[in-house]
Write a protein that binds this ligand. Structure first.
Ligand SMILES: [Ca+2]
Length: 468
């Protein structure tokens, strides 16, 4: 039985993956050589004082759906401009679903510690769950440091007021709390309730969700141009419902998931239009920074919250969202900060969501709390130092199976249901060749690390002790 058969991919998804363009070793080598040439032509300067920080997150976008990551049938000129002017990481990781990645970003810690391993639903126990606002999450620390803090777009870290963005220290919030909304009616999934709010007060606006997010992001920058600010722009593009811009519709059944064999067809073209529109929004945000003279002393980070869904192209990675295969957790990550970072550099050092938390705090001149689990990436991105090797961990229980994974250096151990697999990622990015049998010592070491990590985060979750 092949790996593909064991993990039960649908035929449609396989066809999408098989037909996807691939980053060849040659093109990667060429781009790295070109990057090096551009990098050496650029002079780096010491970190500017109190930069602005804009963190842009897209939703369910494929690793291979960004131009600078190999996309051929989709245009992302504004994201690509960030890559040309900054540093691009090839081996950056998130969690396999929306909520855990956002929990890691805001708390600076593994999401399992806050018992947020799965996406929060709009039914059942999820309605009362959330990320505790314990005084040491990212927006609060930045606010305490004198930053104006804003979040526009998706939250997905709790519905109750005590879990809200404002409770976490965001001065300004405009967006929605659920995992997904209708792009035109702004009603949330499953129960169809209105979900658009501004600082906790329900609002009713007309427009495509991506445009509303962009316009509020622009307004936040304009209103805070003379104060250091942190702005998180969390687009829900290109998460389902797959509603393209310029074609107002009401998504069927409150935007329920549309699969490959659905009676309501969703196409790759819909997904492409959604993502290209978000890229246009990023262009508008960057133009605003430039217009206000903020385009040099601003750290802009672009990333995505988890692997792409079935309309996405995750090539050359295997599988997709909800899984711990690379296609579920490896995401684009671009860092742009003209006065500090070189232009056009590509780096292969592994990174993970919590590194963004630490990087943002450090860029703002704040000490990184000892409880945080990420690293400030700027010294590495600027070429001043290398990042010490460390193991990175993931876990998710789905209805189908439990998955656990650890990556250390070149090796990735993946436990998928009853299968235990070892991959040598630099030579096997697509995870096609299980080499566990020929490296028993590595398997034992990684199994022990994984077991110790699980015991640690589970004990923390039991204590309800996030971010002590
Ligand atoms: Ca997502």
């Amino acid at each position: 039985m092949t790996v593909v058969q064991r993990i039960g991919l649908t035929l449609s998804a396989l066809l999408l993956i098989a037909s996807a363009p691939r980053l060849t070793a040659q093109s990667t080598a060429q781009s790295t050589a070109q990057s090096t040439a551009r990098t050496t032509a650029r002079t780096t300067t010491p970190a500017a004082a109190r930069p602005n920080i804009v963190l842009i997150l897209t939703d369910d976008v494929g690793y291979g759906d960004i131009g600078s990551y190999g996309a051929r049938d989709i245009r992302t000129p504004n994201i690509d401009r960030l890559a040309r002017g900054g540093v691009r990481l090839t081996d950056f990781y998130a969690s396999p679903q929306c909520t855990p990645t956002r929990a890691a970003l805001i708390s600076g810690r593994y999401p399992q510690r806050a018992a947020l391993e799965r996406a929060l639903s709009t039914t059942g126990p999820s309605l009362d769950a959330g990320l505790p606002a314990n005084g040491s999450t990212l927006p609060r620390l930045l606010k305490n440091a004198g930053y104006r803090t804003g979040l526009v777009g998706k939250w997905h870290l709790g519905y109750r007021p005590e879990y809200s963005p404002n409770a976490h220290g965001f001065d300004y919030f405009y967006g929605f709390l659920a995992g997904y909304v209708d792009f035109y009616t702004h009603t949330r999934g499953i129960d169809g309730l209105p979900d658009l709010n501004e600082n906790g007060v329900a609002v009713s606006d007309t427009g495509y969700m991506t445009d509303l997010i962009t316009s509020r992001a622009v307004r936040f920058i304009e209103n805070n141009a003379t104060t250091p600010f942190f702005l998180e722009v969390a687009y829900n593009a290109a998460h389902w419902p797959f509603q393209r811009p310029g074609h107002p519709t009401r998504a069927a059944n409150n935007g329920r998931f549309q699969g490959p064999d659905d009676s309501i067809p969703a196409t790759r073209a819909d997904y492409v239009a959604m993502l290209e529109h978000a890229d246009g929004g990023i262009g508008t945000i960057m133009a605003t920074l430039k217009k206000r003279g903020l385009d040099q002393n601003t750290l802009v980070i672009f990333t995505n919250d988890n692997g792409g869904e079935w309309l996405s192209n995750n090539a050359p990675l295997f599988h997709r969202k909800d899984t711990l295969w690379e296609g579920g957790i490896r995401v684009p990550a671009i860092f742009w900060w003209p006065t500090v970072l070189p232009a056009g550099r590509t780096m292969r050092t592994p990174g993970i969501t919590m590194d963004l938390t630490a990087t943002v705090l450090a860029a703002a001149g704040r000490a990184i709390p000892g409880s945080f689990e990420g690293r400030d990436l700027v010294p590495m991105l600027a070429g001043r130092t290398t990042l010490a090797e460390r193991p990175l961990f993931w876990r998710i229980d789905t209805r189908e199976r439990q998955q656990r994974a650890v990556r250390r250096g070149r090796w990735k151990l993946l436990v998928d249901g009853d299968d235990l697999l070892l991959f040598d990622l630099p030579t096997d990015i697509g995870e096609r060749h299980d080499v566990a049998a020929s490296h028993p010592a590595i398997v034992r070491e990684l199994q022990a690390l994984l077991a110790a990590w699980e015991a640690d985060v589970d004990a923390d979750a039991k204590r309800g002790a996030v971010g002590r």
